[in-house]
Ligand binder design. Structure first.
Ligand code: ATP
Length: 238
């Protein structure tokens, strides 16, 4: 773990840290894409593995079905060789839990037990971590990078006490900490601030307004083609 004596990671056996980016992606937008792109450059990651949730545990049913959300992530990330998409959570017919996904990746040849994994979380998601299934085990399996997000200041004083304690113990200023051990550190990702949310995009689409320039055109076209977020039927004036 980050706070104990680090176990060196031999590069040749484990590779550079890999970013793990889960989310509902309902739909995927430029806030997500910039987060992943900046994480690679600022944190020295080999790449980012996108993992759309099949059935998210902590929210109601998404607007779009999981296979459509997966396709939209594939459309948005296509052509970026530093991104890969992992369909396992969508294909599993059960609630998606990040801890189970990380345990699976640790058994997988892409990662193994020693490769540093970096769970990418927006500041809002990080603050909610104590609500996640077996949340403390996450730190045994991966580092955590907290992406700054407008409206969600990262302030230890406002975190739930249990999480604030971990934050204080595990936080490291330098991303170099991510290469020293496979898991257990927390770092900050001061990305360009984009006040974009999927909630707002769904609302625009349902109100018949344009979400253009908040997400890729291909994704907008796909959502229209499959009527994923149909316009509200507002009664016409007589
Ligand atoms: P919704 O509005 O439906 O809750 P969302 O826009 O927050 O969706 P998610 O799929 O829930 O998107 O987010 C996946 C991850 O991306 C989360 O860790 C979230 O904090 C992060 N994230 C989403 N949008 C941004 C953004 N604009 N800036 C930084 N992080 C973001």
């Amino acid at each position: 773990m980050c706070s104990s004596a680090p176990t060196p990671v031999p590069d040749e056996a484990n590779g550079a840290p890999l970013g793990i980016f889960g989310g509902t992606f309902d739909p995927v937008h430029f806030g997500h894409l910039r987060l992943a792109e900046e994480a690679i450059d600022r944190l020295g990651l080999a790449g980012v593995r996108w993992i759309p949730a099949g059935q998210p545990a902590l929210r109601g049913a998404p607007g779009a079905d999981a296979p459509h959300r997966l396709t939209m992530v594939r459309l948005a990330t296509a052509g970026n060789p530093r991104f890969s998409v992992d369909a396992a959570e969508v294909e599993a017919a059960r609630t998606s839990y990040t801890v189970l996904t990380l345990e699976r990746l640790r058994r997988h040849e892409c990662c193994g037990p020693r490769r540093p994994l970096v769970l990418l979380l927006g500041a809002d998601a990080f603050a909610g971590l104590p609500g996640w299934h077996r949340w403390r085990t996450l730190f045994d399996l991966a580092h955590v990078a907290i992406a700054h997000r407008p409206g969600y200041p990262i302030d230890a004083g406002n975190l739930p006490p249990a999480l604030a304690a971990d934050y204080g113990e595990r936080f490291r200023e330098s991303p170099a900490a991510l290469t020293g051990t496979p898991a257990g550190c927390i770092v900050s990702l001061a990305m360009d601030q984009l006040a974009i949310s999927a909630t707002r995009i769904r609302r625009l689409l349902r109100d018949g307004q344009s979400p253009r320039y908040l997400l890729p055109d291909d994704v907008i076209a796909y959502s229209h083609e499959h009527r994923l977020y149909p316009e509200n039927q507002i009664p016409k004036c007589q």
